[in-house]
Design a protein around this ligand. Structure first.
Ligand code: NAG
Ligand code: NAG
Length: 177
């Protein structure tokens, strides 16, 4: 036991020597998949829906920063994988100590926050595509066209994921007695 413990310690030391200098290196893809799954489970959302949103929002880029302008002036920004709007920053800081930097450097945290916001939208308005649209455009009446446009993009992507999974579902039919 002790022996393996030592090997583990040496391995960790080598790892941090090799990678420790890289500031804020991103977690490997397998870890990201686990994040989508655990965030989705926590907030009772289909992980495929979260992934579809991440692709539409940021093209799956954890470092993405989108600037929102009004009359040429930057009024807010959307950061990271799930493009968390800066209007959330004060709340996130107060409630969980989550900073803008954290949202950009820790994609897993970013996914959890995105899932939390989507879950809030769903609990306010029900399980429907309007609620998904609100993730991008809020619930203001005037934004209804933007909600639908966004929801359609997410829906298209989500369906393409479902099509990929469908093969697995159909293959189970071979077990029919
Ligand atoms: C983003 O934040 C700005 C203010 O910081 C707000 O006016 C805007 O409605 C927010 N957008 C979304 C989609 O939450
Ligand atoms: C829905 O999501 C939007 C965009 O992220 C957010 O601005 C808004 O506050 C949310 N609405 C509710 C009721 O949670």
């Amino acid at each position: 036991m002790l022996f393996y413990g030592l090997i583990w310690l040496v391995a960790q030391a080598l790892f941090s020597l090799a990678f420790g200098a890289v500031a804020h290196s991103l977690p490997p893809k397998a870890a990201m998949a686990a994040c989508f799954e655990s965030a989705a489970r926590t907030y009772r959302i289909d992980p495929l829906l979260l992934i579809a949103i991440a692709e539409v929002e940021s093209g799956m880029n954890p470092r993405a920063v989108g600037l929102n302008r009004r009359q040429g002036k930057v009024v807010s920004e959307d950061v990271g994988l799930m493009q968390i709007n800066s209007s959330w920053f004060p709340f996130l800081k107060n409630k969980w100590g989550i900073t803008r930097e954290k949202l950009l450097n820790d994609p897993c945290q970013n996914i959890y926050v995105g899932a939390y916001i989507l879950a809030k939208n769903i609990s306010a308005n029900g399980v429907n595509w309007e609620s998904v649209g609100a993730y991008n455009a809020g619930f203001k009446n005037a934004n209804a066209p933007f909600r639908m446009r966004y929801a359609k993009r997410v829906y298209a992507r989500y369906l393409s994921f479902l099509d990929k999974e469908r093969g697995d579902v159909f293959s189970r039919l071979s077990m029919l007695k």
